[in-house]
Design a protein around this ligand. Structure first.
Ligand SMILES: [Mg+2]
Length: 113
């Protein structure tokens, strides 16, 4: 099983908990974990913050929030080679819907998107 975990308002709500969760999964099961965030690789400071917080090589990280090529998290994960089975996300609509479309529908997605 591949588990996809969000960063903003998921991992950041309790990094210590999620780190322990990931350690347990990775050390005691054959399951895999990939982080999929709507942050963009084009924002170096935000990328740096994620890497510093999560750990450079702790789990793979997919940055889905490309403003030039808008894509949902599931699309970005697939393009990166990850077929996620289970998602952990505070904003589940972002898994299947491109962020600008979520904003169009009136959902509050924060200032950064
Ligand atoms: Mg989130």
């Amino acid at each position: 099983m591949v588990i996809g975990i969000d960063y903003d308002d998921t991992w950041t709500k309790d990094p210590k908990f999620w780190r322990a969760f990931c350690h347990s999964v990775l050390n005691h099961t054959k399951h895999q974990i990939v982080m999929v965030t709507q942050r963009c690789e084009c924002w170096p400071e935000q990328v740096k913050q994620v890497h510093e917080d999560v750990g450079e090589n702790f789990i793979p990280i997919v940055f889905a929030g490309d403003p030039v090529l808008p894509q949902s998290k599931i699309e970005a994960a697939r393009h990166a080679g990850w077929m996620v089975d289970v998602w952990i996300d505070d904003n589940p609509i972002s898994v299947t819907t491109q962020m600008y479309r979520i904003r169009e529908r009136g959902y509050d997605v924060g200032e950064e998107f």
